[in-house]
Design a protein around this ligand. Sequence first.
Ligand SMILES: C[S@@+](CC[C@H](N)C(=O)[O-])C[C@H]1O[C@@H](n2cnc3c(N)ncnc32)[C@H](O)[C@@H]1O
Length: 396
Amino acid sequence: MQGGDDDSSYAKNSEAPASAISLCRPLLLTAIQSMKVFFRNKEEAQSLRIADLGCATGYNTLATIDMVVDALRQQYMSQCGFEPEFEAFFSDLPSNDFNSLFRSLSNPGILSDKKTKQYYAAGVPGSFYARLFPRGKLHVAVSLSALHWLSQIPDAVLDKRSAAWNKGRVWIDGAKKEVVEAYAKQSEKDLEDFLSCRKEEIVQGGMLFLLMGGRPASQQPKNQLGDPDSRAKHPFTTSLDQAWQDLINEGLVDEETRDGFNIPAYMRSTEEVERAIKRCGGFEIERMEYRSMEEHSQEKQKQWMRDPISYGRAKANLVRATLGPFAEAHLGPYLSHQLFIRFQNRVSSDIALLHKTCFYGVVCCVCYPNVTQIMKTFIRVIESYSHLLIIQDNRL
Ligand SMILES: C[S@@+](CC[C@H](N)C(=O)[O-])C[C@H]1O[C@@H](n2cnc3c(N)ncnc32)[C@H](O)[C@@H]1O
């Protein structure tokens, strides 16, 4: 994501992830309320440790941790009459703008409703597809709007001689079978890697909350975005393909350069997420849902229909915020700037597309680390033993 706080930064273009968080907040809060408390009294209490994996920077980042800390604090106050201390780990790729994040942490009033910070904070740079914490470190781990970003473009998609070479496209929506299969395989491996690491890091009784870009169960992986209007209007599809074609037609890049650029994102269905969790083992799914939300409010849609130029600029900022670093790495700063200008012009002039309503889908999942087989047997023995005791008590 693009760091900083200018118009094309992630911090200024994170409205859709913010809506996704609002949509799934009740699920997260219910899941926290159903967790057992780890410490009954203040004397034995250690700090509760929370990690936000793929935290980025900006309002959502602080709001996410505030939300989790507030919910846990209320739970301990109501059940145990005291507040434990909290440690919050903000984790993202090393390229994340941790400087902006740390600045906002030392001045919480800027981005958060809270005047003072309610937890000890630390940054943890690294990929969530590998281990980030020691065994049994975390009580709550959340990952919001991040897991649809793959660890890499599948090798086959980058191989010009392979059937999975993604000719004429920059993403997989609507792509040929071989490309889609390569992405699906990468997505499966990535999610399993993610879960295997978290399985080690989260304590028994802890919780993992996942919210990621997703697609309806009824849709094949080739249809990454659901209904035809959402597919056509999504920033990774029509207008972006046209912008690349404009660069080719103007002789600024060749086809091979375009075909070698691919967006490393994959929208999973709930079935795919469930399959990965079962295959990895070690987690019990408490709840899993697919939800969709409008790309922006009706009010904003009306405003943009009156002003397509502003709409084009806003969409171009959004795409720069998410794809800017990838495009720059592939094309360099000048050509990537040209690409986003073409994109902006295409979006502003496609009035038919502007009038369509587009939905973003998310998969939301609450999982608990499950007790091991040995523990299960132990619990069963204890349960049957206590049953016997009750029978004996009744006889007395
Ligand atoms: C769309 S942002 C979401 C940020 C924030 N959680 C929110 O809800 O607004 C996705 C974040 O995931 C991070 N990310 C992507 N791949 C990652 C990986 N392999 N490991 C850690 N973070 C990753 C990106 O750097 C980015 O900051």
